[in-house]
Structures are given as C-alpha cells and as structure tokens.
Write a protein that binds this ligand. Sequence first.
Ligand code: NAP
Length: 248
Amino acid sequence: MAGRAVLVTGASRGIGAATARAFAAAGDRVAVHYGRSTAAAEQTLASLDGAGHLMAQADLADPTAVRSMVEEVAAELGRIDVLVNNAGVFVSHPIEDTTYEEWQRAWAETLGVNLVGAANVAWCAVRHMPDGGRIVNVSSRGAFRGEPGQPAYGASKAGLVAFAQSLARALGHRGIAVTTVAPGWVATDMAATRLAGPEGDQRRAESPLGRVATPEEVAAAVLYLASPEAELASGTVLDLNGASFLRM
Ligand code: NAP
C-alpha cells in the first residue's frame, strides 16, 4: 500500500533518518520528528523522495509537547498509518561510579524519552490510526543481553518490547500489528565514539560477520514490519545483531 502517512520519531539523524528515507522511497508521506537537531531534520526532509513530507518537533520527555506534535502531524497528513517509535538516548551511569543524584537523572531521562515518550506518542497516534495500521518500536540487543554501563537504557528497551507486545494484543482486533526491532551496534552518532579505535574493533568482532549494522539495514527491517504482509508478525521481536547475541 503506497502513500501511507508515516510518523518516524528521532528522524533527524541515524536510524530514524534512514527509516524516513526508506518509507519516502516506497512512496509514503513521512513526518520527520526531531528534538533539538533542527538543521539535521531539515537535511533529512530535503533528502526524501516524493512529496507531502513534513517536519515535526517535540521533546519526547514532555507529554504536552508530544500531544501537540502528534496532533499537528495527523492534521497535516490526514491520519497516521504507521508509527515508528525510534527516538532514544543512551546515557552512561555505571552503578559503582555514579552518584545517587546522577543515577536519578539518568533513569528519569532515559525512561522519560525511550519508554514513556514512546508510550505517549503511541497513545496519541493510535487515535489517528485506521484499521490495518502498524507500530514498530526500535528496541535494542541490550534489552536481552544487559547494559552494564547503561542499566536504565537496557531496562527502557526491555520495557519497550513488553509495551509492544501489550499493544499487539490490545490493538489486534483492529488489524493493527505492533512489532519491535532489536539491533546490536549500528553505525550512527549514538555509537560513533564506541565504534572508534581498538574498542570499535572489539565491538565489530562481537559478530561473526565482523561488522556492525548500517542504519539502512535497520530501516529495511522496519519497512518490512510496517508492510501489509507482516500482519502475522504482530508481537514479534526481530533481532538485527549479526549473531552477536543469540537467544531462544
Ligand atoms: P542517534 O543518531 O543518536 O539519534 C537519536 C535520535 O533521537 C535523534 O533524531 C534525536 O533527535 C532523537 N531524540 C533523542 N532524544 C530526544 C528527545 N528527548 N526528544 C525528541 N527526540 C529525541 O541514535 P540512533 O543510533 O539513530 O538510534 C535510534 C534508535 O535506535 C534509538 O532508540 C536507539 O536506542 C536505537 N538503537 C541504536 C543502536 C546503535 O548502536 N546506534 C543500537 C540499538 C538500538 P535530535 O537530535 O533532533 O534531538
């Protein structure tokens, strides 16, 4: 089905920008959501094939801003057929080296954006989503493998999986399929410092393929999970970690 109305959160950079481009190349109209990176979001918008796209700003930690943003997108696009909950933050706060105040801040920010922010976008978007809609959440390998230096991130991504599965069961009666992708390392700004130098070589070696994912590879998986053909995948989690972490 071409010409869908698609909202991609965190589309100013990285996986979100690649996902926006993939939907636009498929003939869809895309709302490029962003937080602070206005110039980068403008670049994403300019790079999209086709017409009818727009930019939409909101700090996902702010429920009021989220609601206004989704309402604006729905008004411009007429509806929201597909929501991609992609935006996220990766804040380091190792338990033994972090003050109690830093610990509070890291948990509040991480859960506020990665989990509650995504839940709030979904609440608002579902009200504009016709039967047969799709929600794809971008989680992480860390939901299953653990994140020793970023425990709130691991917990937020595990929460996102459970949230998607709950919505899959809640919204199936409308033909809305809700799924999750769980990438390992992806070559984006978020991972750039960790993929540089000898440490980066170690991270690439985690996969027998000897490399990390590109944003375009994650985008292709999201595009599939948002397709009409993927209805029966509702509730699934698609691992994209190059066999670096295998689970049953
Ligand atoms: P990225 O390059 O750092 O981009 C993050 C995006 O999220 C940006 O568009 C940013 O918008 C947006 N964002 C962050 N905080 C926000 C806030 N408070 N309000 C609104 N938007 C906010 O990250 P990425 O690597 O593409 O990651 C995309 C998703 O994939 C994330 O959920 C991440 O956890 C997940 N993931 C990444 C990797 C990896 O290795 N890169 C691995 C597994 C999963 P602005 O810049 O405009 O503020």
